[in-house]
Design a protein around this ligand. Structure first.
Ligand code: SF4
Length: 433
């Protein structure tokens, strides 16, 4: 067997997903900033008494089965078992224990799940009991991501959240009683009426819970949301750009001082608790996506499922997560550029940065010169850092190309803070190479 054949085979095996995202699109009500594909079920509904949720779970199971059969047929090998699974939403904690159990059983039957798999579930305060958490845990869930967002009732109300601060503390207590050590907390900065003092208090409160992981997102006012109708970015009651930047710096400082590693632009973890599932996205690796509005990335094709329930129900029996037609092969050739942009855009989100030897291997040595030319103004600002293989910073002469070894990363916090500017420049320079 030639070295090329072995390399091709290993590349092929690496191109098979070992991660799965399941979208659970139900929420009690819609938050005022949210543009996710969700279906509002009201306060009383949960998975065990809702025909809508039950029907959705059945369609999801069908999608999982048809995807695995299709992949096995096309690839002609048995599929590798899943190493990470993520129940996102929506509010997956509206599902009953048996619904979660059934979905995990289906995944296990179709793909297998490794014994060390990370199996995460997003939960919202006020939507679960201790018995429920223990049941989810028994079914296999071993990581919880709790949607907290803020520690001020007034901000939660003005954001349309369905829970109070008291319910956040109750939820934390329940997770504690269930002995779940891998808990992540989501916070949002830049909310309307949020002051720096409020943000500081939210960070202090979150740190006092000692979660293993913390995500801190800066609010984006998305079109077609109530926030978009009520508020103008940068204008009161939304914080100014300068205040939003101060909030970012404050989070970076307080969380790193509290022992968290800032491993991704918006994510912090105690050592060993980085989210393995999200790293699959950031490293531009393949993954299955199941459910309304979910995206999959298989065979170098990103496929987004319809965002409307009835369209998704029609999609499942008729569509496939990737195609093999000649037309698609042509598209694939054209997307080398897309792959380069994705690798840069995703890689710069990570504090470990981009591996220059892999970049040169995948896209050719020439890319290092072009990248340097594009990033030189930001190098000078101190927003881009070159690190050698021993982790030491490297200074380059003006007009010198990046070497084909070491890592290129954005500085923390300033490079991360101005990442939109840097990424927009990369996009302009590389989108029509
Ligand atoms: S709980 Fe999450 S998914 Fe549901 S409406 Fe609010 S932000 Fe959107």
């Amino acid at each position: 067997v030639s070295a090329t054949a072995i390399r091709d085979l290993s590349q092929f095996l690496n191109s098979l997903p070992t991660s799965a995202y399941l979208h659970i699109p139900f929420c009690r009500r819609r938050c005022f900033y949210c543009d996710f594909p969700v279906s509002v079920v009201g306060d009383r509904k949960d998975g065990s008494n809702s025909g809508t949720i039950q029907h959705y779970i059945e369609v999801l199971q069908t999608e999982i089965c048809t995807t695995s059969q299709y992949c096995q047929e096309i690839f002609g090998v048995s599929l590798p078992p899943l190493k990470t699974i993520f129940f996102g939403g929506g509010t997956p904690s509206l599902l009953s224990i048996s619904q979660v159990q059934r979905l995990l059983e289906t995944l296990d039957q179709q793909f297998g799940i490794t014994t060390q798999a990370e199996i995460s579930m997003e939960m919202d305060p006020g939507t679960f009991t201790l018995e429920q958490v223990k049941g989810y845990q028994k079914a296999g869930i071993n990581r919880i991501s709790l949607g907290v967002q803020a520690f001020q009732d007034e901000l939660l109300i003005k954001s349309g959240r369905s829970h109070s601060v008291a319910e956040i503390w109750q939820a934390a207590e329940l997770l504690n009683q269930a002995n779940i050590d891998n808990v992540s907390i989501d916070l949002i900065s830049g909310l309307p009426h949020q002051t720096l003092e409020m943000w500081q208090f939210s960070l202090e409160s979150a740190i006092s819970m000692s979660p293993a992981h913390l995500s801190s997102y800066d609010l984006i006012v998305e079109p077609k949301t109530p926030f978009f109708r009520y508020y103008q970015p940068g204008k009161s009651p939304l914080p100014t750009d300068e205040t939003a930047a101060q909030m970012y710096r404050m989070a970076q400082q307080m969380l790193t001082n509290a022992g968290y590693q800032h491993y991704e632009i918006s994510n912090y973890a105690k050592p060993g608790y980085q989210c393995r599932h999200n790293q699959v996205y950031w490293h531009n690796q393949p993954y299955y996506g199941f459910g309304m509005g979910a995206t999959s990335y298989i065979y170098q094709q990103r496929v987004m499922r319809p965002r409307k329930t009835w369209e998704y129900y029609e999609w499942v029996p008729t569509e496939k997560p990737f195609k093999l037609s000649q037309q698609n092969q042509d598209n694939l050739t054209e997307t080398t550029n897309d792959q380069l942009l994705e690798t840069l855009m995703l890689g710069f989100r990570l504090s470990e940065g981009i591996d220059l030897s892999k970049l040169a291997e995948q896209f050719g040595e020439e890319i290092l010169k072009k990248l340097r030319k594009c990033l030189q103004p930001y190098d000078q600002q101190g927003w881009v850092k070159l690190i050698d293989d021993d982790g030491m910073p490297v200074e380059l002469l003006p007009n010198q190309s990046y070497p084909s070894s070491g890592k290129l990363r954005l500085s923390d916090p300033e490079g991360f803070l101005f990442s939109n500017t840097i990424l927009a420049e990369l996009f302009n320079q590389f989108s029509d190479l």
